[in-house]
Design a protein around this ligand. Structure first.
Ligand SMILES: Cc1ncc(COP(=O)(O)O)c(C=O)c1O
Length: 275
């Protein structure tokens, strides 16, 4: 959906605007098409929507709003998005990436389909079955956009790009509000536990985190911690490719996985202290 949108819209020399650190694919899609990515620094680890608007030029075709932002896990509020949409120039298509939408229970978090798309804004809202639904390997998601954008994406997407299995699994997943609530609340509890563990080991979490991962400042030690944890059997994400070489991202796991991480971090800290 996001690749198709970039392919449908961008010509060489066009500009896209996104926050940074953020999801690197926005920058990669642009580079593949000869477009220029304008990366706007986050403010307090959150997308700075006013600064994004200031970065828009006549060549800007796409603005990406990653809410919540990967990798920081922070969100923007309804009021911030409303103010953005009130001011964004008409030649811009805004992509609101809500990959983690279903995890969030903050009443200030907007539903960009029900609110901004429905209000006639020029917006593509992207959602996925890869996150709370756990179907990442099936490569299935969806987007909602104005008809001309959907038609343009239809022209560049591969024929038969969604497998029957993916469609069946996606349809079986939607509509079970109780199961979604169970996952959302389990994630909330797990996230709080993960924050405590990271903090106890000197890895200060950034917040408020609203998705299923935590961004933690490793103060220049990110690569060492990543390597050491890998040797312990734990994979975290070092974030140089996301624009945050000083930090790691850790996904919420089960209580057993958290205990395993806690013990591994304890050994790593002890070894670093001894060396
Ligand atoms: C912000 C964001 N958008 C999109 C994706 C990718 O989703 P999909 O698996 O549907 O391509 C991710 C996953 O890492 C993400 O973090």
């Amino acid at each position: 959906m996001r690749t198709g949108c970039a392919q449908a819209v961008l010509e060489p020399g066009d500009e896209v605007v996104c926050g940074w650190p953020s999801f690197p694919s926005y920058v990669i899609y642009a580079a593949k098409l000869g477009a220029v990515a304008v990366k706007v620094p986050l403010r307090g680890y959150r997308y700075d929507l006013r600064a994004l608007l200031d970065a828009v030029t006549p060549r800007t075709k796409l603005v990406y709003l990653c809410v919540p932002n990967n990798p920081t896990g922070t969100m923007n509020t309804r009021a911030e998005l409303d103010a953005y949409f009130a001011d964004v120039p008409a030649h811009v298509l805004t992509v609101v990436d809500q990959a983690y939408f279903e995890y969030i229970d903050d009443p200030d978090y907007p539903d960009a389909i029900a609110e901004h798309f429905a209000a006639g804004r020029r917006v593509l809202v992207a959602r996925t079955f890869s996150k709370i639904y756990g179907l990442a390997g099936l490569r299935v998601g969806y987007g909602v956009a104005p008809a001309d954008v959907v038609t343009a994406i239809g022209k560049v997407r591969r024929a038969f790009d969604l497998t029957t299995q993916a469609q069946t699994a996606a349809l079986a997943s939607i509509g079970d509000a109780r199961e979604l609530e169970r996952r959302r609340s389990q994630n909330r509890t797990g996230r709080e536990e993960l924050e405590r563990i990271l903090r106890n080991h000197g890895l200060e979490p950034v917040g408020p985190a609203v998705a299923n991962f935590i961004f933690a400042d490793a103060r220049g030690d990110a690569q060492r911690i990543f390597d050491a944890l890998l040797r312990e059997g734990v994979i975290v994400r070092p974030l140089a490719g996301f624009g945050a070489p000083e930090a790691i991202r850790v996904t919420v796991g089960t209580p057993e996985e958290h205990a395993f991480l806690d013990a591994a971090l304890g050994r790593i800290t002890a070894a670093a202290g001894a060396s």
